[in-house]
Design a binder for this molecule. Sequence first.
Ligand code: SIN
Length: 376
Amino acid sequence: MAKMAASIVEHGEDAFRKLFKFYKRRNPPPDLSDVIDFSKGVINGKVFCRELNTGSVSEAAARRAGLHPVEDWKAFGLHGYPGFIFISNPFLSGSQQYWVKQCLKVYPRKPNICNLDLHMSAEETQNIWEKSTAQISQKRSGKREPKTLLEKLRWVTLGYHYNWETKTYSADQHTPFPSELHTVAQHVASACSFPDFTAEAGILNYYHFDSSLGIHVDESELDHTQPLLSFSFGQSAIFLLGGLRREDPATAMFMHSGDIMVMSGPSRLLYHAVPKIVINPGADLVPQCLLQRSDVPEDSVVRRVSEQDWDVCTKYIQTSRINVTVRQVLGKGVAFPVGSADRSTAPSLNDAYHESSSEGEGGVDEKRMRSSSGDS
Ligand code: SIN
């Protein structure tokens, strides 16, 4: 079976789509032995250790951002993918909990935009967390209840809000980017030798055990000289990294909770996809790194999560994964083209990009998340 994945990779035309389907398959489950696992630190013909810019972030600044000192980070590269950097969970114990809570409780709040805004009123999508926790607390065991708003959340946009219909960002669809996420993103970018990176837009993707994200490239940002940063929390995913053409073969790797991926330079515009969420096999379903006691200093931007909030986050994360991508949209001294202002105050399209029922057609930057009941 492992040979099956390898032969698909070598196959050439439409190799990516075949590999996507291979890993997405439920019955029989795919053999995952060809999937690179950076957490095991294995260096082989494909994986090598990457040097980071250890002097770029002081130890105190890293700790204040809830990160280990940069010199302790385990960073890897992949032969054949220059500019691709994989950092294996550099978070201090206890700090990932804060990011999970921010992604569930804070970032879905207005004025940020989420998929629910596409077909619900502003009043209905106010206080997603509060409404969901109220519903959870009234849940009677054994009874099948309607999904909470949290369970229905698929994406949230931050900063310059990505418009899924026009596939653009614009000056008038902008709200302040969260400062704590900006700080962490800037430290990661600096450690990867991009000291001028400015976090201007964020897309949060919420995956459940049966979700996947179709093959796409992130090219709507106006400056591709700056990297795309990707942070993962909760359940693991299989991530496929392809080439500059949609049909180019891809490499499969795990993204575990706390892992950070940096796509820069020649790897900034590579096609990629998430065919599968892999639920933690441990008895409590929560990844071990999310259960550890906090090592985060008192003066950190990362605040302690209350037990009550963490209870809700734990239930969510037992079957879900959250991915946060952070992007710089504008180059230095670059403005949006004149006349590009987006007149709408909220996206007008339905959320088909994330929940389409078919995979394989469509053009560049078509980004779709699906919760499915089988291969398409
Ligand atoms: C991921 O969920 O790891 C990828 C998200 C993206 O490509 O935007």
